[in-house]
Design a binder for this molecule. Structure first.
Ligand SMILES: *[C@@H]1O[C@H](CO)[C@@H](O)[C@H](O)[C@H]1NC(C)=O
Ligand SMILES: *[C@@H]1O[C@H](CO)[C@@H](O)[C@H](O)[C@H]1NC(C)=O
Ligand SMILES: *[C@@H]1O[C@H](CO)[C@@H](O)[C@H](O)[C@H]1NC(C)=O
Ligand SMILES: *[C@@H]1O[C@H](CO)[C@@H](O)[C@H](O)[C@H]1NC(C)=O
Ligand SMILES: *[C@@H]1O[C@H](CO)[C@@H](O)[C@H](O)[C@H]1NC(C)=O
Length: 534
């Protein structure tokens, strides 16, 4: 009995210790973020959650208990949170001296205060920085990793080019104070097991932005964080609202952070209006994807590659913004193909106070306005493939491909019929050359065309025209093969029974060139052959 007790006690102590030492340290290996020291890939599949607006309080704490929110983040499939902060919260006593309660009083936010008193009474009389820390600790308890993002200097909504927070030297953006803030936050969170990295500054922008200052201050900021907290990943944003890191092609950042340097970028639909997306879906997808390659995805390739954290992208989840709807399929294909680390904009379903509006809905948020449940399950399902690790640093070559359908988030799977299903059980395909067969890995069969509206089938004849799949639009996502009469038919998901069918190609002419203007929606026919090796 005594022996058993000792065993039980030491087991108990062991479990306690492992939970205390649940700290995770990450570093980089070429373009991958990896666990240190095992070298195993860790993929950041994060949601944004903000705490940098005027009240300096994480959104939602007035609506639900902290534990509930954190649990929802994990349950909806994220393994990490990009959690924001504002410089002044840490550098200026008239900000950091405020308790949560005082900060809400400052803006007359009575109902939010009552909400926090009800849902998170333990936070109400904490200083805002303590409350920030309490959120991070709770995220860690749920094994969620945290990236701390310096979003603005002055607590406020971000971003426009003239808000005084855009670039070094702007009214609210003193470089020395910024460095001081980075040092304070790096020090304060250094021993917090949940925090895996810090991003130096969100969306640099505005009239003052220039490359010379970018190189100077990114070096200073990175060195500051690395010195205070050498275990953290240091994440660096580009110019033009974090859409531009092109200049690194010709002039790399001269800095050695012992494999901790990660770049980040943001990708939204904002540059192109809905009617343009609707009439030129294929072409626009090709063009914005090429921009992303030129501006930041190139960092993933070549001899001097780095991880890229796509730290903001997202859509109005009500499905009412057609530019968003078309862009997201295109973007999901690119994220899947490149297997980048990412953070969705956003988790929070509402704001306590944003741009002078109280209790504002966030239609891009995963949670609904009242933080009860996900706003849109079908949207979350579309993230399934990009959550999983498809590529591993151990080998540079893909060993197979999965056929991803970004509109549904599903993958092609061979069963009794060829259907669209969960990507975890996706069928594995061999490499595909343009105008060549799409072959199974497991046997010599390949995908064959049938008639218009017929179900796609497996064929033993992989050399005839009916098995040669050509990219038939500029999107590179649109695969067609010829039927008996030499007419191209395209792969499509039949939305009502989930089978893979071959149908008339949408928005392309017989000459396989995009229609200059198209009334149909070709996304139902978009498939990406996603390289994988795990
Ligand atoms: C901040 O709080 C400290 C301690 O409570 C106090 O001594 C100091 O005067 C306060 N400063 C400001 C600017 O409120
Ligand atoms: C990468 O390095 C190898 C060996 O040094 C060299 O042969 C190759 O050209 C380089 N590739 C690029 C894209 O720079
Ligand atoms: C979820 O998104 C889909 C696709 O955009 C849309 O059709 C649907 O209406 C949305 N559901 C809700 C509840 O907003
Ligand atoms: C989709 O499947 C349904 C049910 O099997 C069938 O009635 C319909 O014709 C199919 N639609 C297309 C576009 O193939
Ligand atoms: C196969 O496709 C090629 C190129 O489009 C065409 O020239 C040829 O006639 C086709 N063969 C048959 C048997 O349809």
């Amino acid at each position: 009995m005594a022996g058993k007790n000792t065993l039980a006690i030491s087991l108990f102590i062991f479990l306690q210790m492992t939970s205390l030492c649940n700290s995770i340290t990450l570093s980089t290996s070429s373009r991958y973020i990896v666990h240190q020291p095992t070298g195993k890939r860790v993929k950041l599949a994060c949601a944004n959650w903000v705490s940098h607006l005027e009240p300096m309080i994480a959104e939602g704490l007035e609506k639900k208990p902290l534990k509930y929110i954190v649990n929802q983040i994990a349950k909806t499939g994220f393994n990490c949170v990009r959690f924001t902060w504002a410089t002044y919260m840490f550098t200026r006593p008239d900000y950091y001296n405020l308790t949560v309660s005082q900060s809400l009083d400052k803006y007359g936010l009575k109902s939010a205060k009552a909400g926090i008193a009800r849902n998170n009474p333990h936070l109400l009389h904490m200083k805002v920085v303590q409350a920030h820390k309490a959120v991070v600790v709770e995220l860690g308890r749920n094994k969620l990793m945290v990236v701390l993002d310096n979003h603005v200097s002055q607590p406020t909504w971000c971003c426009n080019g003239r808000d005084g927070n855009g670039f070094f030297g702007d009214a609210s953006f003193d470089p020395t104070e910024w460095l001081h803030g980075l040092a304070l936050v790096a020090r304060m969170y250094k021993s917090n097991p949940a925090v895996v990295g810090m991003s130096l500054r969100n969306e640099l922008r505005g009239d003052r932005q220039n490359e010379a200052d970018w190189y100077k201050y990114m070096q200073d900021g990175a060195t500051t964080v690395h010195k205070e907290s050498p275990d953290f990943l240091v994440i660096i944003s580009g110019l033009d609202f974090d859409t531009n890191l092109r200049f690194l092609k010709t002039k790399p950042l001269q800095i050695n952070l012992d494999n901790k340097l990660v770049y980040e970028a943001h990708w939204y639909s904002f540059d192109n209006p809905a009617d343009k997306w609707k009439s030129q879906t294929n072409h626009l997808c090709a063009s914005v994807t090429q921009n992303a390659r030129n501006n930041y995805l190139f960092l993933l390739t070549g001899n001097n590659s780095f991880p890229l954290f796509l730290s903001e992208f997202g859509i109005d989840q009500r499905g009412v913004n057609e530019a968003d709807n078309r862009y997201i399929s295109c973007l999901l294909a690119a994220i899947a193909e490149n297997d980048v680390d990412w953070a969705l904009w956003t988790f929070h379903g509402s704001y306590i106070l944003r741009e002078e509006k109280v209790n504002l809905d966030e239609f891009y948020g995963v949670t609904d306005f009242n933080w009860d449940r996900p706003r849109n399950h079908s949207f979350l399902e579309r993230l399934q493939l990009i959550r999983q690790i498809n590529r591993d640093p151990k080998s540079s070559r893909p060993t197979y491909y999965v056929m991803f359908h970004p509109l549904s988030g599903q993958c092609v799977q061979i069963g009794k019929n060829i259907i669209m299903a969960n990507c975890e059980t996706a069928t594995r395909w061999d490499q595909h050359q343009d105008d060549g067969p799409i072959k199974l890995m497991s046997n010599p069969q390949c995908l064959g065309v049938t008639g218009d509206g017929g179900q796609a089938r497996l064929s033993n004849d992989c050399s005839s025209n009916g098995s040669k799949w050509k990219f038939i639009s500029s999107s590179g996502l649109h695969l067609g093969a010829q039927d008996g009469e030499g007419k191209y038919l395209c792969l499509e998901k039949n939305a009502s029974d989930g089978t893979l069918v071959t149908k008339k190609c949408l928005c392309v002419g017989d000459n396989l060139v995009d229609f200059p203007s198209c009334a149909e929606n070709p996304q139902v026919q978009w498939f990406k052959l996603v390289p994988a090796n795990v």
